[in-house]
Design a protein around this ligand. Structure first.
Ligand code: HEM
Length: 469
């Protein structure tokens, strides 16, 4: 009996200690957050309006997440193109209208630093610091991908078709799908792999799995929508580092890619030294990287992992983004199926009988440019997509940046781009149709605004020095 009493006392004591810990931590966290807010607001001594909020710990985050469209419309109408909000645990400045270019074109604003606070690819996938820098990734895309569009376009079209057949089988009769994303994801992964790692590796199931899944794996291993945790940049960086180092989900996926690529990299390195008779240089991005970007002297990763990190950087830039945006376009077409007939008519005009003769070579970048109606559907679907406050940019310099209206952005402070309002701004949008809350498929026909033309009125690919190449 005495023993039971003693155990109960001990358990109660432990429970009390645990609650004391929880309460103490909560108090410290709250005090720290309040102090940070006070310090931030003291630093921001301009007259920029701040969206009112009642709870100093959560700010406007819940209101924004509940209905982002209503939120941005309400406060843009109330405060104009530049205002501040307390969101995601910190004060941010929101910019819209022509002010967005003051952010995109200023070299002291960094998209990489802004997005790394919430999603640092290097930490999350265990890539050593400085082995691969974003400027080099951009150069690779510009020098070896954009320039070679003529060669790569028919290949991409071919492998999109192969991917479609693999995902759905031979389509001899209509098939019902529960969603489009996974089919498009398979198609995009297949086409991207054919260009990034080449024609042999794109037949490897493990490689395609990794191309498809690695972004989701990282997203599942690291969730950044915890309203209490998101304010702590350092703790979140630690969490990201932990995922990159210890998450078995991420590590296994990475190893899957390394193991598949190892023999191919080995063979290519030997081929370059002339040890393989009749070896011909493969025509893909991996080959260009092997030849032009050898591991830097400080690189501690083995050569296979180093080149795999390159592919991971390219996958993160391209596979999920392309899948998501292509899916958005397809859903818009499903919403208004009557548009299809016009698009098929346009394709018949451009390609004639070639459309049905299974010859991917006819899909050149020049012929695709003639599909102006399809292009307009793509641009319009992306203009009208559900994106609100995004593309965070941090002032990465050690001095204040002053916007042309006098608003001061101190070092380390983040700016969010008001994507939603710019895409509906009647001063910026130049077409004659108007009605920007509606999807108008042929809004851009004859407007000389193809889906690739970026600007203040179309921010899907960013703008300025770091716009999507
Ligand atoms: C629909 C698909 C895509 C979308 C919506 C998209 C969107 C974006 C956005 C918003 C940025 C940041 C721009 C800025 O900071 O101003 C970006 C940067 C970038 N994108 Fe894309 N992207 C797409 C596809 C691709 C593809 C296929 C590649 C090729 C590998 C790619 C490579 C890059 C690179 C390398 C950067 C970094 C540029 C830099 O920092 O200088 N993207 N993209």
């Amino acid at each position: 009996m005495a023993l039971i009493k003693w155990i109960v006392v001990l358990l109660n004591y432990q429970r009390r200690r645990r609650s004391e810990w929880v309460v103490t931590t909560a108090v410290l966290v709250s005090l720290y957050s309040l102090y940070r807010q006070w310090a931030e607001r003291r630093e921001l001594k301009d007259n920029c309006p701040i969206v009112p909020y009642h709870n100093p710990l959560t700010g406007s985050t819940l209101e924004y997440r509940q209905n982002p469209q209503a939120f941005v419309e309400k406060y843009s109408a109330a405060f104009g193109p530049v205002f501040r909000i307390h969101i995601f645990g910190r004060l941010h400045t929101v910019v819209s209208g022509n002010y967005v270019r003051e952010v995109f074109f200023n070299k002291n604003f960094s998209f990489a630093d802004g997005s790394n606070k919430r999603f640092d690819l290097r930490l999350l996938t265990g890539m050593p610091k400085n082995d691969i820098v974003v400027e080099d990734v951009r150069s690779v895309v510009v020098k070896f991908l954009t320039v070679q569009m003529k060669t790569f376009t028919p290949r991409a079209v071919h492998y999109l078709n192969v991917g479609l057949k693999e995902a759905l089988g031979e389509l001899t009769e209509p098939k019902e799908l529960s969603n489009l994303f996974s089919t498009v994801q398979h198609m995009v992964a297949k086409a991207s792999a054919s260009i990034f790692v080449g024609l042999n590796l794109c037949e490897n199931k493990q490689v395609i799995e990794a191309f498809k899944e690695i972004t989701t794996d990282v997203g599942l291993a690291f969730r950044m929508d915890n309203i209490w945790l998101e304010r702590f940049t350092m703790i979140n960086r630690l969490r990201m580092w932990y995922v990159g180092k210890y998450s078995s989900r991420v590590r296994n996926r990475k190893m899957q890619l390394v193991e598949a690529m190892k023999p191919v990299i080995e063979q290519r390195l030997q081929g370059l030294t002339g040890k393989i008779p009749n070896w011909s240089k493969p025509d893909d991005i991996l080959q260009e990287i092997i030849e032009n970007y050898p591991p830097p002297p400080h690189c501690k990763a083995d050569i296979y992992t180093y080149y795999t990190h390159w592919m991971i950087a390219l996958i993160f830039a391209s596979v999920h983004t392309t899948t998501e945006h292509a899916t958005i376009v397809l859903y818009r077409l499903l919403e208004q199926p009557e548009i299809m007939a016009e698009l098929i008519e346009e394709q018949k005009l451009v390609y004639g009988d070639n459309l049905y003769c299974n010859n991917d070579e006819v899909f050149t970048s020049d012929s695709i440019k003639q599909l102006v109606k399809l292009d307009s559907v793509c641009r319009e679907a992306l203009r009208a997509k559900n994106e609100f406050l995004s593309l965070p940019h941090t002032n990465s310099s050690n001095q204040n940046i002053i916007l042309s209206n006098g608003v001061v952005i101190p070092p380390g402070h983040d700016v969010l781009v008001n994507f939603w309002m710019n895409h509906r701004d009647t001063d910026l949008q130049k077409d004659t149709i108007g009605n920007y809350n509606k999807f108008e498929p042929f809004r851009y026909v004859d407007m000389h605004r193809p889906a690739t033309k970026i600007g203040d009125d179309f921010l899907v690919f960013g703008e300025g020095r770091h716009a999507c190449p």
